[in-house]
Ligand binder design. Sequence first.
Ligand code: ADP
Ligand code: GN1
Ligand code: MG
Length: 355
Amino acid sequence: MLEQSKRFALEGNPVTAVPYGNGHINRTFCVTTDTGRRYILQGINLHVFPDADNLMRNISLVTEHLRSRGASPVLTVVPTLDGRPYDRDEEGRPWRVLEFIEGGICLERAETENDFYQSAVAFGRFQRMLRDFPAAELTETIPRFHDTPKRYADFRKAVQEDRMGRAAGVKEEIAFALARESEADSITAKLKNGTLPLRVTHNDTKLNNVLLDRDTGEPLCVIDLDTVMPGAAAYDFGDSIRFGANTASEDEKDLSRVSLSLPLYEAYARGFLSECGEGMGTEELMSLRMGAKLMTLENGIRFLADYLEGDVYYSISRPEHNLDRCHTQFRLVADMERKWDAMGDILLRMKKAGT
Ligand code: ADP
Ligand code: GN1
Ligand code: MG
């Protein structure tokens, strides 16, 4: 990895490169140079992002826009020694370097309600700042990323092919998913017929994709911009809830610990709407609740499909890791169904209070 980092225009000579963070997609390292400067070195997952040129072009367009709107710090790409946005190794894998954003903390779980509130402010602000971004300029890095009906079609195919012979062991999980398929187009249909506005969204708003200021706890920077694309506000709201308002981790084995925390849900809604709630009509506001359910369901079927396909998409660190992840998502969906009215009331209360 050290050799790889030497091909970039770093300040100083790289002396260490250690695996870093908990992303499921890219291979991430923290590189330190002899001047003490730190950088993030990432091997881009070619299976997930086959078009590195357009991926890096999106990031540069989005970060330029954020900068022009006063965001600081903003994710910054460090060019190669010959001025390109990324490098390719002998096997053709693309590598990029980002400036390490110092002074931030990156959480895997919300330690306090305020942490989660602040992450909501960060993602809400991100979405607001991109309101006037010319969406047509962006390439869809992963086409139909949050098109839940398409995710269902992929899931059905994985079940049918049953490449690893695992389907017989997960009949209940498959039945759970299929029983909810009729809801899959709740957001996509409304985007298509114009009932919901198309916005530029982050699309992967896990808590560990935002940095909070280590001293003040306030938003520092939204990171992991690989999936910034046109989408619905509900996608960003929903994905944050699925990950951060779960009382357990995404891969918790003890399912009795998994539930939706309504206080965390409420804190997130407050933070998110304080930044991007202005001008949001009731239809879009109420779609946030459906976003929470659909993003959780969608991730559940994606994890299950990957388990059936032999764990080819997400990094795993144990044999049934994807199945464990699927279980937490489905358990959370079931809990949301129980708390459905309360989830709606919280949003309506906020509208009344003019948050
Ligand atoms: P993945 O797509 O695999 O999730 P990320 O871009 O989210 O990759 O990076 C993985 C982790 O690396 C993040 O969760 C965060 O902890 C850390 N990270 C990424 N970029 C930066 C950065 N510019 N500064 C500091 N930490 C970063
Ligand atoms: C992946 O890249 P990372 O780890 O932040 C995935 C998301 C999933 C998430 C589940 C490009 O996010 O869509 O929701 O794992 N990213 C991509 O934890 O597929
Ligand atoms: Mg990430």
